[in-house]
Design a binder for this molecule. Structure first.
Ligand SMILES: [Mg+2]
Length: 255
């Protein structure tokens, strides 16, 4: 029996960048009674709270202590401290200022060359490139764009594939991964989900075969693919609805 359920967030637990729905919130809470539950995503810590933790219906401190937040693809790890009744950071591996600058300039140059730098479409105060400490993220329409608008921007990933190809020419020392609906994550080599999953194994003191991973980008080039390559059992989902279906099956077998 698996000990750990690990989840990508965007498109796996939610509609990209929005809070999880009631059904997923309830299913995850039930999972916490049987498994260690590990969301791992390129997003920042505050988004893990907004999109997942704050949505759980009345979790006990004991349940929360089995929830492990692998932030910024697991280059940061937070766990719940029941004594302090708060989250604590266990580790953090940030990029240097120089790396952030180089990546930001590279992506902007590539996107501008290809006419995919659409600053005019941004909402007030929004940004296309965001420093997420352990990675730099390009979000073509910013963070605040509507879901439909985002889905429509690059449904076949062709735009992002072109940007990535150009970035690899301009700054091959970094890795670029396509995620979510409009995003590209740039990282230093090895700082992808393999890094996060490897630390997960260590921190939770489990083996690869103890983990079941859920992701929507499990094909080559997608940000969940490195997990597949590691040999971790993976369930490929198209959306949170597939995830809910699978979780109901898992919980049904247990109860
Ligand atoms: Mg995803």
């Amino acid at each position: 029996m698996k000990k750990v359920l690990a989840f990508d967030i965007d498109q796996t637990l939610n509609v990209a960048k929005t809070p999880i729905n009631d059904e997923i919130a309830e299913l995850l809470t039930r999972c916490l009674d049987h498994f260690e539950v590990c969301p791992i995503s390129g997003q920042k810590f505050d988004q893990f709270l907004i999109q997942i933790v704050d949505r759980l219906p009345n979790p006990t401190p004991e349940e929360l202590s089995r929830l492990h937040l692998f932030v910024a693809q697991g280059t940061q790890y937070y766990r719940f401290n029941p004594e302090k009744n708060d989250w604590e950071q266990v580790y953090n591996y940030p990029l240097t200022d120089e790396q952030v600058k180089k990546i930001s300039e590279t992506i902007e140059t590539a996107a501008r060359e290809l006419n995919y730098w659409e600053e005019d479409k941004l909402k007030d105060g929004d940004e296309i490139i965001e420093n997420r400490l352990s990675q730099v993220t390009f979000s073509a329409l910013g963070q605040k764009a509507g879901t439909e608008e985002k889905y429509a921007w690059d449904p076949d990933m062709k735009k992002r594939e072109k940007i990535v190809a150009r970035c690899k020419e301009l700054a091959p020392e970094f890795e670029y991964e396509i995620g979510g609906t409009t995003s590209i994550n740039a990282i230093t080599p090895g700082m992808n989900k393999v890094f996060g999953m490897t630390h997960m194994l260590e921190e939770l003191n489990v083996k690869k075969e103890d983990i079941l991973y859920f992701g929507d980008m499990t094909k080559p080039g997608g940000n969940d693919y490195p997990v597949v390559q590691m040999g971790i059992d993976t369930i490929a989902v198209r959306s949170h609805e597939d995830t809910a279906f699978a979780l109901k099956g898992i919980l049904g077998v247990i109860n």
